[in-house]
Design a protein around this ligand. Structure first.
Ligand SMILES: *Cc1c(COP(=O)(O)O)cnc(C)c1O
Length: 394
C-alpha cells in the first residue's frame, strides 16, 4: 500500500539538508559560554546558525532569540508585550478569532488578569483587513497580534498592511508566522513586524526548536531567569545542534521557493478542483492568497474523524483541522469563525502538502477519497436527512 503523508501543517519530516546538518554538528559538544576552544567551537556554530536564520528573515542576528518552538515564542511575545504595555498604562490587545491556541489561550490567560482583548471577526473566506485593525485601535491599545497564515484553512493575512497601521499608531505588532516561515518570502523590516514567531519543525527542520524575532529597541521582559544566554532574556545552555539543523532546513526551504510553490500549488489546485466535484462539499478559506500546500474541505453529512480513520487505513495521513483540536469533539474555532454551522464544521478534512509530495500522491488520494465519502454518507443518518429534505424541495 502507498504511504502518503499530507499533514505537513501539523509537522514535517526533516529534509536531507536538515538531517545532514544535524549529523555534522553532533560532535560539537562544548558549552557556547565556555572560554576554551571546545566552547568557542560551539559558540561559532550557534552564532553562524543565528546569522543564517536572521538573513532568511531580513533581520539582524541579535534580534533573533532561540526558543523551543512556536508555542514558546507566542507566549513570550504576548505575555512580554502585555507587561511592557501595562507599564505605560495600556491594557488593550487586538487579535483575531482564528489564531492558533498558543495565541488564543495566552490571550485568555491575560484576560483573566485584567487585560481586554478584541478578537476581530474574519470574512466568510477567512481574512481580516488592516482597516479592521485600525478601527479597533484605541488609546489603551498596546499590542496587535495577527497570524501570518492560518494553520487550518491556509489563508494569508495582509501582514505588511497591518504592520504599517501599527507602526503609524505606535502599537506593537506581533505575528505568529509558524505556518509562513520557510513557505513564503518574509522580510520583517519591510513588513513592519515588531515580533515574529517561528518553529523549525514546520519547514522540515527539527522539532523542539524555534525562534522569536524581537525588533531592536523593544526590551521584552526575561522569559527564563538564569544565565546570560539569548542576551540574558532566556537563560539555559543553548541547543547548538538543533540550531544548526534549523538553519540548514530554512535555507533549503527557501531555495527555489517560487518554483517549489508553483509545483505545490498545482497539486493543491488539482485536489481542490476534484474534491469539490463531490456533491455538498465546500472549500474553507479563500483561494487567494492561500498557502500553496493547504486544502481544507467540509463534507456535509459525515464526521471528519471517521473520514480520517478511513484514509489512514488506505495509508493516507491527513487531519481534520488542527492537530491540537483532535481529541476534542468541539468543532474548530476557525471553521466556526467562518460562519459555518456546527454540523458542517464537524465534517472537515485538511490536506497539507509539502514539496516532498508528488502528483502520484494527489492521484492516489483522489482515487480513494470519493469512495470513502460515499460509504460514510451511506451509513450517516445526517446524510439521509439531508437527502430527504432535498426531495421535499420542489
Ligand atoms: C504549529 C503551530 C504553532 C505551535 O508551534 P510548536 O512548535 O508546536 O509549539 C503555533 N502557531 C501555529 C500557526 C502553528 O501552526
Amino acid at each position: 500500500m502507498r504511504f502518503v503523508y499530507v499533514d505537513n501543517a501539523a509537522t514535517t519530516p526533516m529534509s536531507e539538508k536538515a538531517k545532514q546538518a544535524l549529523f555534522d554538528a553532533i560532535d560539537i559538544f562544548g558549552n557556547p559560554s565556555s572560554m576554551h576552544s571546545a566552547g568557542v567551537a560551539a559558540f561559532r556554530s550557534l552564532d553562524s546558525s543565528r546569522q543564517r536564520i536572521a538573513k532568511c528573515l531580513g533581520c539582524e542576528p541579535r534580534e533573533l532569540y532561540f526558543t523551543s518552538g512556536g508555542s514558546e515564542s507566542d507566549n513570550w511575545a504576548i505575555k512580554g508585550a502585555a507587561e511592557l504595555m501595562s507599564r505605560m498604562g495600556k491594557n488593550h490587545i487586538i487579535s483575531t478569532k482564528i489564531e492558533h491556541h498558543a495565541v488564543l489561550h495566552t490571550l485568555q490567560y491575560l484576560e483573566k488578569r485584567g487585560y481586554e482583548v478584541t478578537y476581530l471577526d474574519v470574512s466568510s473566506d477567512g481574512y481580516v483587513t488592516a482597516e479592521q485593525v485600525r478601527d479597533a485601535i484605541t488609546d489603551k491599545t498596546g499590542l496587535v497580534t495577527v497570524m501570518y497564515a492560518n494553520n487550518e484553512i491556509g489563508t494569508i493575512q495582509p501582514v505588511a498592511e497591518i504592520g504599517a497601521v501599527c507602526r503609524e499608531k505606535g502599537v506593537l505588532f506581533h505575528t505568529d508566522a509558524v505556518q509562513a516561515v520557510g513557505h513564503l518570502p518574509i522580510d520583517v523590516k519591510k513588513e513592519n513586524i515588531d515580533m515574529l514567531s517561528l518553529a523549525a519543525h514546520k519547514f522540515h527542520g527539527p522539532k523542539g526548536f524555534g525562534a522569536l524575532y524581537i525588533r531592536k529597541g523593544i526590551v521584552l521582559p526575561n522569559l527564563i531567569e538564569g544565565g546570560a544566554q539569548e542576551r540574558g532574556l532566556r537563560a539555559g545552555t543553548e541547543n547548538v545542534l538543533l540550531a544548526a539543523s534549523a538553519a540548514a532546513a530554512l535555507e533549503d526551504a527557501l531555495s527555489n521557493l517560487d518554483e517549489k510553490n508553483r509545483r505545490i500549488a498545482e497539486m493543491r489546485d488539482k485536489l481542490i478542483d476534484n474534491i469539490l466535484k463531490i456533491e455538498r462539499t465546500r472549500l474553507n478559506g479563500g483561494r487567494s492568497p492561500r498557502l500553496p500546500g493547504n486544502v481544507s474541505i467540509c463534507f456535509e453529512g459525515i464526521e471528519g474523524e471517521s473520514l480520517l480513520l478511513s484514509l489512514d487505513l488506505k495509508g493516507i495521513c491527513a487531519s481534520s483541522g488542527s492537530a491540537c483540536t483532535s481529541g476534542s469533539l468541539d468543532p474548530s474555532h476557525v471553521l466556526l469563525a467562518l460562519g459555518l454551522p456546527h454540523e458542517i464544521a464537524h465534517g472537515s478534512l485538511r490536506i497539507s502538502l509539502s514539496d516532498q509530495n508528488t502528483m502520484e500522491d494527489v492521484d492516489y488520494i483522489l482515487s480513494v477519497l470519493p469512495e470513502i465519502v460515499n460509504r460514510l454518507r451511506d451509513m450517516s443518518p445526517v446524510w439521509e436527512k439531508i437527502k430527504q429534505e432535498e426531495q421535499q424541495q420542489p
